[in-house]
Design a protein around this ligand. Sequence first.
Ligand code: NAD
Length: 363
Amino acid sequence: MINSFIYEQPVKIFFGKGFLSKLSEVLEEIGAQSCVLVTSKFFAEKANELLQNSEKIKAVYSGVVPNPLLSGAEEVVRVIKENSADTVIALGGGSSIDTAKFAAACAYSEKTPHELYLKQDFPKKVAKIVAIPTTSGTGSEVTKVSVISHENEKKSIHSPAFMPTAAIVDPLLTMSVPAKTTMITGIDAFTHAIEAYWSVNHQPITDGFAIQSIKLITQNLEKAYTDSDEEAKTNMAYASLLAGLAFALPKTAACHACSFPLSANYHLPHGEACALTLDSLMIINNSQRLEELSKQVGMESTEKLASYIRHLKEISGLCTKLSQLGEVDIDMLSRESTKHPLMANNPVKLTEDDLRKMFETIK
Ligand code: NAD
């Protein structure tokens, strides 16, 4: 029986190889007049090319760093104000998209980005956002989430103010992603889809996205990692988009809750931090529903799906033990993870002690 649900997805999505060329068309369609383009160093040259070729793009900010900082978003707000921009274009991975989303939400407020970071009372009027992902992982192009760090805190902020107006998903932009980042971002998408499926807020439409995404990831991630294969990378771009659509409403759960203290204190990239506990949590969260999912995606059982995740980590040299991070404070990790709001979405209620036991098994 299908339970009642409310579904919404306001982002207009343009998916296709070479679709970066549609940027001018998209800007015209959404009524953009004056745009600021936000990116990281890797795409600075490409961004300047876009600046030269579009009258609507007035400035480029190419200073975004991984695990993006509030100070970066503050800089972008300054550039938006200087150019009276009505639209922020993000070209890059989750770090560029999240910086652009946060800055767009702060641009027209009387308050400073720091005040808004603390209180999250974003104004109703925000700049439009066009998100162009260049990694296959975060799904940030279709979510209300922006993850921003400040003073050793990595905060996952949820607000309708962050919802992009349009997303251009051009798989060709992901061809240059190095192998290890392909694996890390691919496992991030894997985690989104699995957590969307087991979140207590899951619903039929998002379950459909999650199942299709997991199937594509199990069929394509290893090939995208080993061969940089164009078809596999295109399928991963689609799988990542589907995973974003899958978790946008149900949100994620225990695995993401554990990932935040791991990234904030031991500087693990987001996807690698998720990967560290994903297989353990799969066994802890196992259920008839999860066994059925495993079969639907071509694995015999949840145990087989969990060991496939271990295999992906091993072939790509991702962290599999806490000891690889140096001296790790398991008490702090368990305490911080239990306190995280996303923990409330986990299908199995986990206490600090349960998490301590889990972290002990991957010591
Ligand atoms: P990233 O954006 O930090 O990029 C990682 C590195 O890859 C950077 O050095 C970047 O310059 C480089 N890069 C990006 N695209 C490239 C390309 N095509 N070719 C070569 N190099 C490229 O990585 P990410 O995994 O996409 O984003 C991670 C961030 O997103 C984290 O802060 C994470 O917490 C956040 N996140 C946000 C959401 C959301 O819904 N907003 C969801 C999951 C994760």
